[in-house]
Unconditional design. Structure first.
Length: 137
């Protein structure tokens, strides 16, 4: 089955939660609140708000945890993934989440200065922001 690709823009409801799998892979999770804008006569009003859980893996997870905080507006490009499980009480649960391929701050009402990360994931010292070096992959 083909993946369902999505692009969503909204505000983080909490700081990203960075954790590590047992084999050491970083994973960050956060929720994004997306509120529709609805035309109301000559003006606009807020519509319903949808909340999306976003999962981010590996180096991107570390960058997200370092760069974004609660309330920040972000753009997420990824794939919808469905998960199902059973609670200890025997209830069946399922959820649809976004597996992020790209995450970026929204520049609609903010500014950002991209800073290339060094190969070990640490930020490069100030003044070394040239993007002429080799890609980290």
């Amino acid at each position: 089955m083909a993946d369902t690709h999505v692009t969503i823009t909204g505000n983080l409801t909490d700081d990203p939660d960075l954790r590590f799998t047992p084999n050491g892979n970083p994973v960050a999770n956060f929720r994004l609140a997306v509120t529709a804008r609805i035309k109301d006569g000559d003006g606009w009003k807020d519509g319903d708000t949808s909340f999306f859980r976003v999962n981010v893996w590996r180096q991107l997870a570390e960058h997200v945890a370092e760069s974004l905080t609660k309330g920040d507006r972000a753009v997420v490009i990824g794939r919808l993934k469905s998960r199902s499980w059973e609670t200890p009480e025997g209830d069946k649960r399922s959820v649809v989440e976004v597996e992020a391929d790209e995450v970026a701050p929204s520049l609609r009402w903010a500014t950002a200065k991209p800073e290339r990360a060094a190969k070990n994931g640490e930020a490069k010292p100030s003044g070394s922001g040239d993007f002429n070096d080799d890609a980290p992959f």
